[in-house]
Design a protein around this ligand. Sequence first.
Ligand SMILES: [Fe+2]
Length: 480
Amino acid sequence: MKLADLPRHSIPGLDGPNAPIEREAYFDKLEIIGELPADLNGVYVRNGPNPMYPPDWRYHVYDGDGMLHAAYFDRGRVSYRNRWIHTAAFEEERAAGRHLWKGLKEAPRADRPDEPQRNNSNTDVKYHAGKLLTMFYLTGVPYHVDLMTLETLGPATFGGAIGKLSAHSRPDERTGELLFFDYGKEPPYMSYGVIGADGRLKHRIPVKLPGPRLPHDMAVTENYTILHDFPLLPDAEALKLGRHKLRFEPELPSRFGIVPRYGAAGDIRWFEAKPTYMLHVANAWEEGDEIVMVGTPYRLYLDEKGQPDVARLIQTIRKRQRDFMLYEWRFDLRSGKTRERAIDDVLNSEFPIINSEYAGRKNRWSYHIVFPHGGEEEPRFTGLTKHDLETGGYQAWSEGPAFYYNEPGFARADHAQKEDDGYLVSFVWNPLEVRSEIQVFDCRGREFGRGPIARVLVPQRVPNGFHATYISRKRLDSGL
Ligand SMILES: [Fe+2]
């Protein structure tokens, strides 16, 4: 295939390599350039938008029906499968043979109070209690999906306890629990809870915020949960008119609510920090009397008067431009004070992932996607990094600005001894060969910067997407 043969679409986000694909497929024994390590065994799954019917409205990438793409690694071989997430709305539209909802930039459906905006479940994917769990960033009921067949098993209500939750709710693979949060436009504006390893609701508390907020992620340590209240809020006047407009209030602090895992609403302690907005957390852990959280907040520039440049930040967020730092907050449980610092404010990178065995515990290595700066364009994911959280140093890999990487998965090696004993795997759009491939990087020491040790040729195009997860053979065997 040549680049010119790719489907063209006038809608940004659905053009060229991002054009939706039209089939669900399975391919065994994929062709490999290089050699897949024998100790790479597990499953890499990525979620993302893939509209079944061409949208006829002002399309937003979150409007697309969720589709999962999975790579199954087994002793030097790999197979691939893709499937739509058959949400309730997807099935309704498929039965009707056309769209019944429009997108986020259009008015919600007044006749469907149960689902005014379509829950596409297209944003996040995690593994919990032996199944995949797909989630939507605007919150919605999550869906259970079979890991091996990618068949949608149905809404994940956990015995009727969950009507909706947010993307970036977090499984704890040591305890088998699922820690979740939800947010909305009505008081108390947020809730937090724990699903037990038995799939039953174990704990749930209201989290009272000063008003509606747009939290995207949460952080979890072995004993605490950290909830986010950033001064980015929906504009109240626009909200009354049913429109989405963002406001950033630079005179308000960022607030982080730290609560013991099973703490009551009254146990939440709020820590204040400099105003910012952040999508994704890399990790959090306990260190003496401190809780440490690392993530990739937006950079907040100062204007000519030395004041936060709010207009620039809002434009960056609204236009889905990318301008991020790697950053650390330290919350002192004795003094109630916060210390914060940039770990790396040079490279523009986001979508941090880590070796999931270190989730909630102190770790050193974080793996990110590199972005170009600013500009009126659809986001491009142009490379990958291995960041050192202690020094702020990094190794980065890119084959050029037209390559498109995805959120990778960290694949621990069988019998791994150290945190970086493993591989980074990612679906990659290769514009030179005009194909999708899975690139595999050795993460040990300085090996990452040498580039991929293997490329797996995927027999169909994998449109670019959002979040991914990796489930190691060890975790599959543990059942958690
Ligand atoms: Fe996200």
